[in-house]
Design a protein around this ligand. Sequence first.
Ligand SMILES: Nc1ncnc2c1ncn2[C@@H]1O[C@H](COP(=O)(O)OP(=O)(O)O)[C@@H](O)[C@H]1O
Ligand SMILES: [Mg+2]
Length: 310
Amino acid sequence: MQNILEIENLNLSFLIDNKKFNCIKNLNLTFEKGKMHGIVGESGCGKTMLMSSVLGILPNNAHIDTGKILFNGENLLDSNTNLIKFRGRKIAYIPQDPMTSLNPLYTIENQLLEVVNLDGKKPLDEAREIIIQKLEEVGIQNAKERLKSYPHELSGGMRQRIIIAMALLTGAELIIADEPTTALDVTIQAQIMEILVRIKNSGKTIILITHNLALIWQYVDTATIMYLGEIVERNSAKGLFKNPQHPYTKALIQTLPKGTEEKLKNIKGQPSPITEIITGCAYHPRCDFCMEKCTTEHPEFKNNVMCHMY
Ligand SMILES: Nc1ncnc2c1ncn2[C@@H]1O[C@H](COP(=O)(O)OP(=O)(O)O)[C@@H](O)[C@H]1O
Ligand SMILES: [Mg+2]
């Protein structure tokens, strides 16, 4: 099977008060073409920074120390690679808050026309037809009238549909969706997820970043569990639930509601800030299975899990 994206030995750090702190550590990850890949972890685990590295949209104080990010074999981190060729054209981005990608001053039509008519050569009527068709595909009713709306006149769910339509209009092969449904209520969330599944079934590759394990179970093909800048477990989504290995994965699964009777469980503590240096396994301060070795020795990633128990 062909990989659309390969991340090799990625190290990313932040400069904070003139000191360097690691945020992503020796990370290796591949993404097979035509699948929906989930990346899960609590807030602060480095999911957004990982994807920002792929998109080339890192904050000013971030620095990529080592690594390669190969998109269809071409290294996006190579200084000779023209990122403009990829960003928004071959790789599209769906953010958590669609307002960050929409311009409040322009109508939906104007913003989508810009994407469809990059070279300005399509007749207006033709470009408009293409847009209306895409908006209908992502479930926007009365698409023709909606074109005249400004972003603030639409609901959050509708704005997210427009961002997805925009991603499709670029013809991107890879779509990175960073918590795309977190700000939406559950019924809308399910509708958006179903649109993403349809897009995947049309041959595109999707990376879904989420802290919601329930979405992984329902919609995703492969699952990657991330903790403090490292991949701690990887499996098919179904395999992960059937046979979770890493204590962090097990703890995350336990937080899922099982019925109305049971009280929700949570994981003790929270991911530490990158300024806190932890020796051994990064998860050991929160781990129910912590052994002596875990406090001093960093576990290797072997057979899809990074834990001394295996
Ligand atoms: N500009 C920045 N300067 C310093 N630290 C940052 C900056 N941006 C993010 N971080 C830190 O990097 C870590 C990973 O952040 P992020 O990738 O946003 O996590 P996630 O998306 O998993 O919630 C967090 O500890 C966060 O506080
Ligand atoms: Mg994030």
